[in-house]
Design a protein around this ligand. Structure first.
Ligand code: DLZ
Length: 158
């Protein structure tokens, strides 16, 4: 993931497999929608840039990041879906909601990926501030949506 030392939005695609026949499910949380739309656009453009066909990328929205797990499962259960990319933004507030949501999503997506034996990518931006979130949605730390798409492509080649 993007850190001060490593920004995966800059990546080496030389080892990517042919994804022209692969089918991708995108699950996008509507909470913090301006941000998640930017992540989604980054993921979508990255998939197309590397050969995915527009008709093979299925974008679905869920209300908030907590629902990413069920959204992922509903897509992953279809045999024709090769990889699922989940995108959301959780910003720390006055309560511990961020902890509960992030842990549930991390655990849930791990479970779905293992259950269906296919890449289910954790594209959740988890930050302390709105500014830090924008830094990771097209700002100085890249676009986590791009990184999530790259992770999906890499895992399909595993
Ligand atoms: C309730 C809630 C809160 C407080 N914050 C966020 C957030 O920062 N990011 C996000 O994606 N979703 C948030 N939600 C909504 C929950 O993810 C979920 O949609 C609701 O609790 C309904 O299950």
């Amino acid at each position: 993931m993007a850190t001060a030392l490593q920004n995966l939005s800059t990546y080496d695609s030389s080892g990517f497999i042919d994804i022209s026949e692969k089918r991708f499910g995108l699950v996008v949380a509507e909470w913090n929608r301006e941000l998640t739309d930017t992540l989604s656009a980054g993921a979508y453009e990255t998939l197309l840039k590397h050969g995915a066909k527009p008709e093979n990328v299925f974008r679905n929205t869920v209300p908030g990041s907590f629902e990413l797990t069920l959204g992922a499962q509903l897509l992953a259960q279809h045999e024709e879906v090769d990889a699922v990319i989940c995108l959301g933004v959780v910003i720390k507030g006055d309560t511990k909601h961020d902890d509960y949501i992030c842990h549930a999503v991390a655990q849930g997506l791990t479970t779905v990926g293992l259950k269906y034996n296919k890449p289910v990518i954790f594209g959740l931006v988890t930050t302390n501030t709105l500014e830090q979130a924008w830094d990771r949605a097209g700002g100085q730390h890249g676009n986590k949506g791009v990184e999530a798409a790259v992770a999906a492509i890499q895992m399909l080649g595993f």
